[in-house]
Design a protein around this ligand. Structure first.
Ligand code: HEC
Ligand code: HEC
Length: 272
């Protein structure tokens, strides 16, 4: 009887796995990411703002934390211009910013320069931000990409966009980078983990992030098939004691998925 239930359970898992894999599979051929279409010769403020919005919701991974779950201020729900002016005027403000643009840039590049009250790292008494600097791995945005996000955050509430459009030397760099960003397959598991920002939430590859379970010993706890399911269908099973916030990765190619699964299966926490 219990063998039957187990067999049924197993086939349900297999069906789920197949459903998910066929969902992921077409991505191997890869539609060109939309960022690639930004032709810098024809950049206008509008297309720059649109690029910023895409980065905010995509590659920048900002909405992983800046959402309605309370981990970080949900900037899509308030006037970022007005809030920034308030932060600079706060008696706790120790940063260098003098205007909205420089406050937003500082918040992204040196998150601990000012920590919004109540959002600091646990035990740091709001002296240290849990936000990673966005020009560093794993997020690693270029200067132009940071500017595009600032433009988006300024424009979304109808406030003046003060950042300058990229031109001259900056343009080819962003073009090269955005072609390199999404469509290129990661060459190994470490690259794939960096590309999809797993370390923003998990302890892995030197990260100590406590948002999700540590992956440094996941090979000891889960079978490869369970690891695979955790990645392609994060909602299938929620690890106890953790919030159900792991995103799906529709742009992950099967080859990348398999490299990550294999790599994680080997993480037993006891390696040197
Ligand atoms: C790992 C979670 C995390 C990610 C990812 C993240 N942030 Fe944050 N961010 C925070 C937290 C927490 C705060 C509040 C503490 C502080 O002030 O540093 C914050 C604060 C900010 C602030 C200041 C907001 C205010 O109300 O004054 C800005 C601006 C900001 N983030 C922008 C971004 C952008 C843009 C991205 C994506 C490129 C991003 N963040 C990605 C966690 C994150
Ligand atoms: C926004 C945060 C976030 C990101 C990004 C993220 N995860 Fe997770 N992950 C979680 C949380 C929270 C859980 C625990 C809750 C759950 O099971 O969904 C989890 C669970 C898991 C588990 C199951 C672990 C266990 O012990 O049960 C695996 C495996 C995993 N993630 C792998 C990955 C991989 C690989 C990536 C990158 C491709 C990734 N995660 C990206 C938050 C995240």
């Amino acid at each position: 009887m219990s063998a039957l239930i187990r067999a049924v359970g197993f086939s349900v898992v297999m069906i789920l796995a197949f459903a998910a894999v066929t969902y992921v599979l077409p991505q191997v051929k890869g539609e060109a990411p939309e960022e690639e279409e930004v032709n810098l010769g024809e950049l206008t403020i509008d297309s720059f703002v649109a690029m910023g919005e895409k980065l905010y919701k995509g590659k920048g991974t900002c909405t992983l934390c800046h959402n309605n779950l309370g981990r970080a201020p949900d900037m899509l729900t308030f006037d970022v211009h007005a809030a920034s002016l308030q932060r600079i005027a706060d008696s706790r403000y120790q940063g260098q910013a003098a205007d909205v643009e420089s406050y937003l840039r500082e918040s992204m590049l040196q998150p601990s320069a000012y920590v919004v009250e109540g959002f600091g790292k646990k035990g740091s008494n709001d002296a240290e931000s849990p936000m990673p600097a966005v020009d560093q791995p794993p997020i690693q945005l270029s200067d132009v990409e940071v500017d595009a996000i600032i433009a988006f955050l300024q424009q979304k509430d109808g406030n003046p966009v003060t950042v300058a459009l990229p031109s001259g030397d900056a343009a080819p760099a962003v073009e090269a980078e955005s072609t390199a960003a999404a469509p290129v397959l990661a060459q190994n598991a470490e690259e794939a983990i960096a590309k999809f920002g797993c370390a923003a939430c998990h302890a892995i590859l030197g990260s100590k992030s406590p948002v999700g379970p540590s992956l440094e010993d996941v090979g000891q706890r889960l079978q490869p098939a369970q690891i695979r399911i955790s990645i392609i269908d994060p909602k299938a099973e929620i690890a106890q004691g953790f919030p159900p916030i792991m995103p799906e990765f529709p742009n992950m190619a099967v080859a990348e998925l398999e490299m990550v699964v294999q790599y994680l299966s080997q993480q037993t926490g006891s390696q040197p």
